[in-house]
Design a protein around this ligand. Structure first.
Ligand code: ZN
Length: 227
């Protein structure tokens, strides 16, 4: 019989490995480069966050830093400078199990214009509503940035950070990763559409119908075999 403690350790190890894999996947998919971007995952009463300044290819499971919701570091290592928004999102949104932050090219390009993305495509519903909001600029690692991100994420699973990048959240890391991938794809499509003219936007009723339909799909809406 596996003791409670060793089962907890096994879960902890699995989570850490999943985070390292996800960080590498973000690089492979072109959503991150070098040591930018970071991941936070809920773990009971605490959370794990990727360490500061480590490139994804060098990221080992044991390097993930455990923190509590007061901001205290429970495990060895230095957490990502963005630990505040990981903490604040996980604390404020009980349905969220994981947070992914990237400087993906198209999302970041639009964030540099501080553009709110309108309902130009029905897949916008993946982000939880008919817009993807963009925060004003605030310096990285600040409580101000975290507060702005939390506001931009109300009723949403993603937002852009002004002159910085994007945040995607999900019930677990797989879900948050899928949202991040879809948001980058939407940002690329919106950018491309803007080269041709002004995209025709879907109405509130049309987006509401998609949001209703997505409820039936559940997580399938963010998978590659999505509608
Ligand atoms: Zn960043």
């Amino acid at each position: 019989m596996v003791s409670e403690r060793s089962a907890t350790n096994a879960q902890d190890q699995k989570l850490r490995s999943t985070m390292a894999e996800a960080a590498r996947r973000l690089v492979v998919l072109g959503l991150n480069r070098g040591a930018t971007g970071n991941i936070g995952v809920r773990q009971g009463d605490s959370f794990l966050v990727t360490p500061s300044g480590v490139a994804a290819e060098d990221l080992l499971p044991h390097a993930m830093v455990e923190m509590d919701y007061s901001g205290a570091i429970l495990g060895p290592g230095k957490p990502s400078s963005e630990w505040r928004f990981h903490r604040d999102i996980l604390a404020a949104r009980p349905e969220v199990g994981a947070v992914v932050h990237t400087h993906a090219c198209y999302a970041t390009s639009l964030a540099c214009l501080q553009l709110e993305i309108p309902a130009f495509h029905y897949m916008m519903a993946v982000a939880g509503g008919d817009t993807i909001r963009c925060t004003p600029y605030a310096i990285f690692g600040s409580q101000e940035l975290s507060d702005l991100a939390l506001q931009a994420l109300v009723d949403r699973k993603a937002c852009l950070l002004g002159n910085h990048g994007m945040i995607a959240v999900g019930v677990d890391l797989g879900d948050a990763l899928a949202v991040a991938i879809e948001v980058e794809s939407l940002c690329e499509q919106y950018w491309a559409a803007l080269q041709l003219g002004q995209p025709k936007l879907l109405s509130g009723a049309q987006m509401q119908a998609v949001l209703e339909k997505f409820k039936g799909y559940g997580r399938a809406a963010t998978r590659t075999d999505s509608p």
